[in-house]
Design a protein around this ligand. Sequence first.
Ligand SMILES: *Cc1c(COP(=O)(O)O)cnc(C)c1O
Length: 370
Amino acid sequence: MVEKQITVTSPLLPDIEELNKYLSDIWSGKWITNNGKYHRQLEDALCEYLKVPYISLFTNGTLPLITALQALHITGEVITTPYSFVATTHAIWWNGATPVFVDIDPATGDMDPERIEAAITTRTTAIMPVHVYGKPCRTKEIQEIADKYGLKVIYDAAHAFGVEVDGESILTSGDLSTLSFHATKVFNTIEGGALVMRDAETKKRIDYLKNFGFAGETVVVGPGINSKMDEVRAAYGLCELKIIDDAIEARHQVAIKYREALRDVEGITFFDDMPGVKHNYSYFPIFVDAEKYGRTRDELYNELRQHNILGRRYFYPLISTFSTYSGLPSASPENLPNAHRMAESVICLPMHHELTEEDLNRIIGIIINK
Ligand SMILES: *Cc1c(COP(=O)(O)O)cnc(C)c1O
């Protein structure tokens, strides 16, 4: 018997009737892209929901990374983490800058601020950390270093939609933060993304850069890209906002269940919630210590697959091992021991709003019954 497939994530789809009302309106108005009314409405709604002053919508989560570096005139070297999705480092490459990898803090998976200073050279212009799994970076320490050396800080916050520390959005840390609204993320617009900024002047500049650099009908102020979110996706996003809180709460319940069931399993560890942090439960990574657990990470990963349970090894392999980057001096495994250990032990378990009690019992059963 083939067991029901359980995927690592499942897209949060808006109510179709609700979406249809917006689509009918778009169809009759015939304004389908280029800063339409739903584009503007979604920007406003997201500012309010995320508690941020300014946001600019994009067609995906990679172009805001590239545009953020462009907007801040980043050149030379950018200090970043190898423990992320490959788009983080690609954004540095697209700007003609050199990524410099520093190791992660094994307690969180985020860039270790204590490694940053040793990586700074006369060519360093920016730090690009990632709030991995939506777990907030040590933003204060990172900012202190940035201020001391006059560096920009751009956060890849693709996992951190709605994450708050002591009631404040994590997205206002640093100079700029980027979001991804890809179908696999907590909040999605099928494909989509955004840049969060703290002042109107920066928003204006970013809005030019995502529209070919046009600052008016006949004026081009820079070599911009095209990354404007269209009206259909903006409407989808507005409908999605109406159901996002319930979806995050459903994820929260999944995290509670996993933690209860796996807390005492020898050789399996996971992250607990951090005090003062409003989490979004975007992922549920577990870490397998093969010696204590009695099976390797890949043995468990493959056994889950045999039972049609599709976990993912996020983030394995490390970005620093891909051929584009593996020749960099900072990419050497000796420089990145914690990142290598985490990449070799992680499995992200299925985590989404539709997992049933039965699904969870099946997943947990396989992990517990060695
Ligand atoms: C998903 C993701 C991106 C890229 O977003 P897209 O919308 O897929 O382009 C960038 N960085 C991280 C950390 C991500 O998880």
